[in-house]
Design a protein around this ligand. Structure first.
Ligand code: FES
Length: 112
């Protein structure tokens, strides 16, 4: 599956780590963090909103991602901060899975 306007292919589901590990994927020089929670997939910006941490290299705790830099946390489905020092949300997108391929609409408005 290839990307087209309004459809940005992130990766194949087989590339997404399971369990406590997030996955960092770079598409067109932009890094994303991809998460598998059970049989559901989520995508957020990779960059932590607090500093230089990479959420794609973080640890999944329940429905939260823990940043490896200062151990702040975000709610994976919404991107909202859940544990200090993080106070600003990270961008998340609706994930579409088609034939094992994960894609997002990069122009989708951010969730309210
Ligand atoms: Fe992520 Fe500080 S850089 S918690």
């Amino acid at each position: 599956m290839t990307s087209s306007p309004g459809k940005l292919v992130i990766c194949h589901t087989s590339e997404v780590l399971e369990g406590e590990f997030a996955t960092r994927i770079v598409v067109d020089d932009v890094a994303y963090a991809v998460y598998r929670l059970g049989d559901r997939y989520y995508v957020s910006q990779d960059a932590c909103s607090h500093g230089p941490g990479s959420l794609g290299e973080g640890t999944i705790i329940g429905e939260e991602i823990e940043c490896p830099f200062h151990q702040g946390r975000f709610h994976i489905p919404t991107g909202k901060p859940t544990f200090p020092p993080c106070t600003e949300p990270v961008r998340v997108w609706t994930v579409h899975v088609e034939d094992g391929t994960i894609w997002i609409d990069p122009d989708e408005p951010p969730p309210a």
